[in-house]
Design a protein around this ligand. Structure first.
Ligand SMILES: [Zn+2]
Length: 281
């Protein structure tokens, strides 16, 4: 074999009936152990000093539509998370890939999910429709939010508001469950943020769920869904949402993926003792 014949790394991709879903990992983020609570000392040990989060996004190919689910951090979080923003959507050599995108599903508006949509003060995908829950958009773009929020959250809010501004003419607001066609449905799953949504794909007998940030730490929250995360807007509601989804995933055996799993692979959820475990497909 010649040196030039090096096999490319396999990309996690799967089909759901007529749909193709490809994982597009955006690097990783190391989240301090102190962000987690309601856990035993043994569990804390597992994420000391930090929990390594993956940063998965996805491309759904459906007929003539190419739909991104989130876009990663872009260049916005590099100072704090040097390994974030690996997708580099702003790169000059990505112009054609960007132009091909018809729709973008924003699961929620944290900067590690929408940063990749913006470079400087410009939208990188000006031709695409961006699908967001109205509750989410209204919450983050509220002019009063920076002054009503705790001081340590204000820089995060300022960044989100500056990212939202150049996107506003492309935003399609949805209220509750929404059918985007081709078997692609949006479903509210609040707690991580007020208008956080997940993506349910179905085509023929096949189904897939993209859980976004309803589970953030695979090292902790599969085994113990009660573990709380400091960056959840409402950690108690997030735990209720997470447990409900885990019950559904184990009952129905639906394959899924989630943004911050350490793996980009799709998998299924199994019961293990009091909790659950992830089994890659
Ligand atoms: Zn996130």
């Amino acid at each position: 074999m010649l040196d030039t014949d090096i096999a490319p790394c396999p990309t996690a991709a799967t089909t759901v009936g007529d749909l193709t879903v490809t994982a597009l990992p955006d690097g990783y983020l190391d989240i301090p152990a102190a962000y987690f609570s309601n856990l035993t000392p043994e569990e804390a040990e597992r994420v000391t000093p930090a929990a390594r989060f993956g940063a998965n996004t996805w491309l759904i190919e459906a007929g003539d539509r190419r739909i991104l689910v989130d876009a990663g951090s872009g260049h916005w979080l590099k100072e704090r998370f040097p390994a974030s923003g690996a997708l580099d959507w702003a790169g000059d050599d990505r112009a054609r890939d960007r132009a091909d995108i018809t729709d973008i599903i924003v699961t929620h508006m944290h900067a590690d999910h929408i940063g990749g949509l913006v470079a400087g003060a410009a939208s990188l995908f000006p031709q695409a429709e961006i699908h967001v829950q109205a509750v989410e958009w209204d919450f983050w773009t509220d002019e009063a939010l920076p002054t009503s929020a705790p001081e340590d959250r204000r820089p995060l809010i300022a960044l989100i508001q500056s990212l939202a501004a150049p996107l506003k003419n492309q935003i399609r607001l949805h209220s509750g469950e929404t059918d985007l066609g081709h078997g692609i449905r949006l479903a509210p799953a609040p707690g991580h943020t007020p208008g956080h949504q997940i993506v349910h794909l179905s085509s023929g007998p096949d189904q897939l769920l993209l859980l976004a940030d309803t589970v953030v730490s695979d090292a902790l929250q599969f085994a113990n869904p009660e573990v709380r995360y400091a960056l959840d807007s409402d950690p108690d509601q997030a735990a209720v949402t997470r447990k409900k989804l885990f019950e559904r995933l184990t009952a129905d055996g639906i394959p899924f993926a989630a943004t911050h799993l350490a793996t980009e692979n799709f998998g299924v959820l199994k019961r293990l003792g009091e909790g659950f475990c992830f089994q890659p497909l």
